[in-house]
Ligand binder design. Structure first.
Ligand SMILES: NC(=O)c1ccc[n+]([C@@H]2O[C@H](COP(=O)([O-])OP(=O)(O)OC[C@H]3O[C@@H](n4cnc5c(N)ncnc54)[C@H](OP(=O)(O)O)[C@@H]3O)[C@@H](O)[C@H]2O)c1
Length: 332
């Protein structure tokens, strides 16, 4: 491409969308959102509802946008866990179908933000996900969206990030997500124990690393490939994560008593009577996320070496990035 590619970014108001809109890139970004959005580096905002046919646009507006766009970064999604399967259909599945139809009309490549949790559902995965796992309907919807893109014949890449944290150096994020909430709970000394399967890695990735990889892929005109945005075997274990939480608490004048790490099947990990509803919820989420990681083999697949070589993703220690995330979440 001789001119800067024009990129439609769905989910522009989300955590990933906002991170993408902060990064410098040789692309013209159009921020697609269904409501108000911080436009960042975007050239303009486009009102889109991906759950609607034609992305909620008139036929003329859809045609005009398709004539302009070279690539779509598809980041819109229902990301909250614990909803019934039907809730994920309109946005995660049908929304991806509408994006593929738009891309076909535009002759554009789609860069799809999936999730590393699909590792637990792929053929050959050592374990499985239980129906009661809080993430199962979400993860299934993301895998279905991947399949739909493959069936569409539209050129596309699939990025599979693990749980994202703030920017690598500053810890910045537009909104705290599950890692920040659970970390805060641990750092305040509220966790009676943490349920994690032995051998699991705690794989969290700074959001700017994902953004850099995606934007370089767009600039390079990459139109195929699956990229696991994870640390894989480099990822910290729960002992290291807890050590960082303990140090973070100490910086704020709090002494954390050591938090036991229990196998989720350990009878002591079932003793939740008398714990607050919040604590029970977090323990249950940790158990379910641990099940996802274990179902994928305990260590998530990773493309990190390729992302560094091919897209110039900086080499960042996850432990340092996690520290920065805790500091940012605590107000600096
Ligand atoms: N953040 C992570 O840790 C993580 C990890 C793995 C994968 N991912 C994937 O990365 C993508 C982005 O995640 P995120 O953290 O940025 O999610 P997020 O903060 O929850 O944002 C979701 C985005 O999707 C938009 N959206 C929802 N329904 C829409 C619709 N019908 N039409 C248009 N836009 C709609 C939301 O817009 P509104 O503001 O209007 O609601 C918002 O911009 C998701 O697809 C997610 O599955 C994220």
């Amino acid at each position: 491409m001789s001119r800067r590619p024009v990129v439609l970014l769905t989910g522009a108001s989300g955590v990933v969308g906002q991170s993408l809109l902060r990064e410098e890139a040789e692309v013209t970004l159009l921020a697609a959102a269904r409501g108000p959005v911080e436009a960042g580096r975007a050239a303009r905002v486009v009102r889109c509802d991906v759950s609607q046919p034609l992305l909620g646009l008139t036929a003329d507006a859809h045609r005009a946008l398709a004539a302009e766009v070279d690539a779509v970064v598809h980041s819109a999604g229902l990301t909250e866990w614990g909803r019934p399967a039907a809730d994920y259909e309109p946005v995660n599945v049908e929304g991806t179908r509408h994006v593929a139809e738009f891309a076909a009309a535009a002759g554009a490549t789609v860069h799809f933000m999936s999730t590393a949790f699909v590792a637990a559902l792929l053929p050959g995965a050592p374990g499985g996900l239980t129906e009661s796992n809080v993430t199962t309907p979400y993860v299934r919807s993301k895998l279905r969206a991947e399949q739909l893109l493959a069936e569409s014949g539209v050129p596309h890449t699939v990025f599979r990030p693990t749980n994202l944290i703030g920017d690598a150096v500053t810890g910045r994020t537009s909104r705290g997500q599950i890692v920040q909430s659970i970390s805060d709970w641990i750092c305040r000394g509220r966790a009676p124990f943490v349920p994690v399967h032995a051998g699991n890695r705690i794989d969290v990735v700074p959001q700017d690393l994902l953004s850099i990889a995606v934007l370089r892929a767009v600039e390079q005109g990459v139109d195929s490939g699956e990229f696991w945005v994870t640390y894989g075997p480099e990822a910290m274990d729960m002992g290291e994560a807890l050590r960082i939480c303990t140090e973070h608490a100490a910086e704020r004048g709090r002494t954390l008593t050591p938090v036991p790490v229990l196998d989720p099947e350990d009878p002591r990990a079932r003793e939740v009577a008398g714990l607050s509803p919040m604590t029970r919820t977090y323990l249950s989420v940790l158990r379910d996320v641990s099940e996802v990681t274990r179902a994928g083999g305990g260590v998530l697949p990773t493309s990190m070496p390729e992302l560094r070589d091919r897209f110039g993703v900086p080499k960042v220690a996850d432990t340092e990035a996690y520290r920065a995330t805790l500091r940012f979440a605590a107000g600096g």
